[in-house]
Design a protein around this ligand. Sequence first.
Ligand SMILES: [Zn+2]
Length: 312
Amino acid sequence: MTRLLFILLTGCGLIGCGQRAASPTTETAPSTALSAPQVSTSGYIKYWPGTLPIVISVPHDGAIMPPEIPDRTEGVTVRDTYSRALAEAIRAALIKKFGRAPHLIVCEISRKKVDCNRELAVATQGHPKAIQAWQEYHGCIDRAEQSVLAQTPHGLYLDIHSHGHPNKRIEIGYLLKPADLKLTDHELDTDATVRARSSIRQLGRLTPTGFAELVRGQTSLGGLLEARGLAAVPSPKQTLAAGEPYFNGAYDIAAHGSRDKAQLDGIQLEVPVQMRDTTEHRAATALALADALEVYFERHFRMKLTTDPVGR
Ligand SMILES: [Zn+2]
């Protein structure tokens, strides 16, 4: 309810992400450099608007430790190292490939103070300044999604994380549990309740392929990344072994994906260290993802990312 109220207020312009970008024409002149972001009122959330139907967020790579906000005493507080730099590389790769930028939202406050990928109470422990940063982060993602939906009927939200699991592959989260991924292709295609509990529920209905193909086929995001040299699960090559650790997604893609509402489809990407730890590795990961997204959008959204909906 709190978040809903905030969204309504944001929509009315009473609370926003703060100052406008210095140059509103930046996106019309493709550049791989980061333009000036909008900065939230708290100062902890940055938002780079875009015109692609893609919204990217980074909740767990903040370093700011405001002394007035107490450290969180429950939940995970580990930092997702290099996830912001990877998201920036992805943004640059998308601009280079499509001539347009995705929306990018970054939380700069430490996860020790606020966890933007958790429910409000766990995320903030009730501290007003932590609540403010959390609301601003989600308000910016909502604004970005509304901006996408004002131009196109569909779009994709990507929540970027990093993991340290022994199996060094990208873990793609759709809110589907390991038990869901063990179902047969026929079950995935015909049991609509599986699709209904995923963060890509809308896309599951829209795609001309079956749901199994969308989740783990050759043209799934995992399949397209594997074909470009990035190991990923689920995909045609990678399955989950019994008991193997796997991040299937959390609050962000539940709140901003399509499981519960008609908004963008949401996917969580958990990236292993060797795909994010150096400038070269991040550029390679970002390029493969940009190439994969071109095919993914054409195949499943039936949308060409090179086509500018506003004709600029
Ligand atoms: Zn994370």
